[in-house]
Design a protein around this ligand. Sequence first.
Ligand code: FE
Length: 241
Amino acid sequence: MVKAIALLPGVMLWREKFPRPEQQALLNDVLARLETAPLYRPRMPGSDKEFSVEESNFGPLGWVSDKSGYRYQPNHPVTGTPWPEIPPMLMGLWREIAATADAECCLVNLYRDSARMGLHQDKDEGDFSAPVVSVSLGDEALFRIGGETRRGPTQSVNLSSGDVVMFGGPARLAYHGIDRIRTGSSCLWKNSRRLSTMNGQSSIAVSTTYRPSLSAAKIRSLSGLGRDSKNSNALAAIARR
Ligand code: FE
């Protein structure tokens, strides 16, 4: 039984909650599901700038971002197909530590090389009573989390493969982000049977996040295949790698 470490009020960390064989099994499962819901680069609302992170989702609802804003929707914005189911290992973790209704969304963030995630709040959900749970797989990531103001004090922690972070309660709307990835610090991806379907690199870290119950009002629009030629090009580029 891995003991939880309290980083801040409402922020818990479990070091290597998933032992190595389970990390490998989970990574293989995640990669298999990504074959039907390929990673793509979302775009920033307003500026239309591409994220440095590649994303996809599992579960009934997926979080997406494009020029018109952030939202949850049941379909992949590039392929138009429903998201695959949340991997059983992740739902098992959710049921074990989140102690609430089943998660409805699992966001996959893939960080290659210099990809990062600026400080942000997870606030597109209809209900903040459930926490956010995140699992890291692969290279080490420098995670930063603070309070409910962007410029307030923050705390940084290195997340290694198999680590689990949960933030909820007083920290549910805490600003958080990924400052950098230590490329090559893990060989988990090198040993993945499915690596060839990605691109032969090992300099990757995946963070998987659950979202709580959402109101239907959060589902605003559905997009079909080819809606955005830049997204289609991005998908084609990923498929070629
Ligand atoms: Fe987040």
